[in-house]
Design a protein around this ligand. Structure first.
Ligand code: ATP
Length: 222
């Protein structure tokens, strides 16, 4: 059985917050592969601030160069129209060997908005989740242990989800598991990186050096 993680994002640009957490999830869940999936036309983000598809793909390639188990999927970049996760999950899971167990990886912030996604209920029928919590999440949504996400799951997906403390996971009799995973607190965001560039400040130590050089060479986000 091969275990694969699907980790989508705008990666505008990719940064150590993405990379470190992806690695921790990979090790924590014994995944053989993590597929980073840059989104082409995200329904929830401002397209104006988005670097070209080819630049975001190139920055990701530089960032994961030589990293075992990491790869980039151009599934969303190549598919015309808006990028919907349900379509990507179906496309990729069908392209993998049948014995592959897939996990959809996302931050808690993204997960808590999942009810705005196309066919979100179907996702819970088709793929297991790994939801990563970040520092800022802990101060807001997670004040009450996992009450926030538990209530959300039960209200918006199914009241049959039950939290299992030992596994740190929500299980359901018929739907797929929603695993929770605490990742190292790296308070880095692509928004903050773009803002620093606009202000002429350094972005060193926030993303790998080759990504920084690429950004400056191409004059991105200035
Ligand atoms: P932006 O600031 O432009 O909104 P972002 O830095 O949040 O972007 P995305 O590409 O939108 O990055 O994120 C893709 C996924 O990575 C999301 O599920 C998000 O929760 C997660 N993520 C982003 N930054 C971090 C971080 N510092 N630590 C852990 N997960 C992160």
């Amino acid at each position: 059985m091969i275990r694969a993680g699907l980790f989508g994002g705008t990666f505008n640009p990719v940064h150590f917050g993405h990379l470190r957490t992806a690695l921790e999830v990979m090790e924590g869940f014994g995944l053989d592969h993590i597929h980073l999936i840059p989104t082409a036309n995200p329904p929830h983000k401002d397209k104006k601030a988005l670097a070209d598809d080819s630049d975001r793909f190139a920055m990701l390639s530089l960032a994961i160069d030589g990293a075992p188990g990491f790869s980039i999927s151009d599934a969303e970049l190549k598919r015309p129209g808006r990028s919907y996760t349900i379509d990507t999950v179906r496309q990729l899971t069908h392209s993998f060997p049948a014995s592959t167990q897939c996990f959809l990886i996302m931050g808690l912030d993204a997960f808590m908005e999942i009810d705005t996604w196309k066919d979100y209920a179907r996702l819970f029928e088709e793929i297991s989740f790994i939801v990563m919590s970040r520092p800022e999440d802990r101060n807001t949504i997670l004040n009450d242990g996992f009450t926030g996400i538990g209530e959300f799951l039960q209200k918006t997906v199914s009241s049959g989800y039950v939290y299992k403390k030992k596994e740190n996971c929500f299980l359901h009799e018929t739907l797929m598991p929603v695993n929770l995973f605490d990742v190292t607190a790296l308070g880095i965001s692509a928004t903050a990186i773009r803002e620093l560039i606009r202000k002429g400040r350094s972005i060193r130590y926030l993303t790998p050096e080759p990504v920084i050089s690429y950004i400056y060479d191409k004059g991105l986000f200035a």
